[in-house]
Design a protein around this ligand. Structure first.
Ligand code: NFE
Ligand code: MG
Length: 572
């Protein structure tokens, strides 16, 4: 019996600690702790709601666009604004490209090394690697010469002891199963993906001025001008450039990401029986195809809104966002209503109350409070959010392209849909979603072009820009599916200023601690029964936790407004 502590979990965004009880080579209990304190909710108090997005998107440098979008949606809902179609389509393009880049970076740079043994790649034969690569895809960078150069480069890094981001991996661990050639192919694509993601995200500089933290959101629309006769606006040339980059994104996903995913997964099908977790899946739905308010309707969404409970894909239940509430029974906060009651976000409170031991500490006090993350619940249920949740909700709702893509990937692996409820299912769903959304990005561009060609150049509705037109009090929420899952922002506006602001974030849904009823969060639940071959090298814990793509900056987004010291960190 051993208590395995992984702190910090690396190859994620932010600071996460996992404690796991390992008995006879399997995890019998697990706790997830966000160990970082930062944030945004409180500093928004008293500000102009039209500028909230600008601060909110600073929550994170990874999912940078998502808090800007959700914030403007919340304020638009409160004030009854529906932006023009062009603005909605530009927002979709920014978000779709965010997904493709973020998922590709996660697969190659954050998750692949849980499955790919870099050191084993040194034993690969470049000619055999080229044969393997060409047998699975028509990705052009697959010649023996190229793989030979990658192998030489890797060999020189290893000889010089300069492994850089590859240092301290659990290389040689018995849970690595890929042949040397597959490892070399994956290392080569890891390097290619670095270039790909940098070039691809230029979409954000075209539509948002820069990345991260785009500059062109606006309550009521976007500040990206459309004018076919101006060099300084979206014109035919800009649209053509966007098409080239979006097509490159689709090509990379089709030729590299998805074939690599299938090739790697085929050696790890035992991971379709590990890491299932809660079995409840929530998606708010995303990508409006018309000018609508997502908080009032889910009509016309490309990805459906819905809830799947108990792994039952025979039905999709409706979602009422007002059934969201957050517990803090095991989180370092206090509520005025008592610490065991959940609060819905419109009544949410953010009062830090750190009772944990001072770091460094050996073990969390799991009977009491043990995380900076709250525990969001839907209708008092713990649910998983993210790519797997979205793909399962879409699959169960009969989304034709999702059904096709899921069928294709499962067919290649010779397994059925029941395997989706797993660590590997989570990773496969992210790849399937990348293919789906890279395809969709070109269709959204078509729709934008057609709308512009029809003479509609509007990107902003300024009718309610003047706070003098607002009611004395207004409340609204914004819903979004961010790459890691369901996100919501909740705003109360009183006399033109923000009176209250709450953010319920994807990684909080997944990485949060137990609630007052003892229900585990998604990570805590997924880790149960995960095998651990060597407690000193808990590679298997990384596999399951990374399959969620953690982002702790998003999840622990609270900040004391005056920068008062809340935690003392001692560096020995
Ligand atoms: Ni910082 Fe995020 C996404 C949000 S957190 S990455 O995607 O919101 O899960
Ligand atoms: Mg919050």
């Amino acid at each position: 019996m051993a208590r395995v502590v992984v702190d910090p979990i690396t190859r994620i965004e932010g600071h996460l600690r996992i404690e796991a009880q390992v008995d006879a080579g399997k995890i019998t209990n697990a706790w997830s702790s966000g160990t970082m304190w930062r944030g945004i909710e409180t500093i928004l108090h008293g500000r102009d709601p039209r500028e909230a997005w600008y601060f909110a998107q600073r929550i994170c440098g990874v999912c940078t666009t998502v808090h800007a979008l959700t914030s403007v949606r919340a304020v638009e809902d409160a004030l009854g604004i529906i932006p023009p179609l062009n603005a909605i389509l530009i927002r979709n393009l920014i978000t779709l490209s965010q997904f493709v880049q973020d998922h590709a970076v996660h697969f190659y740079h954050l998750h692949a090394l849980d499955w790919v043994d870099i050191v084993s790649a040194l034993d690969a034969d470049p000619v055999a690697t080229s044969k393997l690569a060409q047998s699975i895809s028509d990705y052009p960078r697959s010649s023996p010469k190229l793989f030979s150069a990658v192998k030489d480069r890797l060999t020189s890094f290893v000889k010089a002891g300069r492994l850089g981001p590859f240092a301290n991996g659990y290389w040689g661990h018995p849970a690595y199963k890929l042949p040397a050639e597959a490892n070399l192919m994956a290392v080569s694509h890891y390097l290619d993906a670095l270039d790909f993601q940098r070039d691809y995200i230029r979409i954000h500089s075209i539509l948002g001025g820069k990345n991260p933290h785009l500059q062109t959101y606006l309550v009521g629309g976007m500040s990206v001008p459309i004018d076919p006769n101006s060099q300084a606006a979206i014109n035919a040339g800009t649209l053509a450039e966007l098409r080239v980059i979006l097509q490159k994104g689709l090509d990379f996903v089709t030729q590299a990401y998805v074939p690599d995913l299938i090739a790697i997964a085929s050696f790890y099908t035992d991971w379709t029986a590990i890491g299932g977790g809660l079995g409840n899946y929530l998606s708010f739905g995303e990508f409006p195809t018309a000018a609508t308010n997502l908080s009032k309707t889910d009509a016309g969404l490309f990805l459906p809104r819905g809830l799947v409970l108990g792994k039952d894909l025979s039905k999709v239940l409706p979602v009422d966002p007002l059934k969201v509430a957050e517990y803090i029974s095991h989180s370092w906060y206090s509520y005025t209503v008592g610490n065991d009651k959940p609060l819905p976000p419109f009544e949410g409170e953010t009062t830090p109350s750190y009772t944990g031991p001072k770091p460094p500490y050996d073990q969390l006090d799991v009977a009491s409070k043990y995380s900076w993350l709250k525990s969001p619940r839907y209708d008092d249920r713990a649910v998983e959010v993210g790519p797997l949740a979205r793909m399962l909700v879409a699959y169960a709702a009969g989304h034709p392209r999702v059904k096709e893509l899921v069928g294709y990937v499962l067919g290649q692996l010779k397994v059925g849909p029941e395997v989706l409820f797993s660590t590997l299912g989570r990773t496969a769903a992210r790849g399937i979603e990348s293919q789906l959304l890279a395809e969709q990005s070109l269709k959204v561009l078509d729709q934008l072009e057609a709308n512009i060609a029809g003479g509609d150049l509007r990107v902003h509705d300024g009718a309610k820009w003047d706070p003098g037109t607002w009611p004395a009090r207004a409340q609204g929420f914004g819903l979004h599916e961010a790459p890691r899952g369901s996100l919501s922002h909740w705003v109360t506006i009183q006399n033109t200023k923000i009176e209250a602001y709450q953010i319920v974030v994807p990684s909080t849904w997944n990485a949060g601690p137990r609630d007052a009823k003892g229900q585990r969060g998604a990570y805590e639940s997924a880790l149960l029964n995960t095998p651990v071959a060597d407690p000193e090298k808990p590679l298997e814990i990384l596999r399951t936790v990374h399959s969620f793509d953690p982002c702790m900056a998003c999840a622990a987004h609270i900040l004391d407004p005056r920068g008062n010291e809340l935690v003392e960190v001692t560096i020995a």
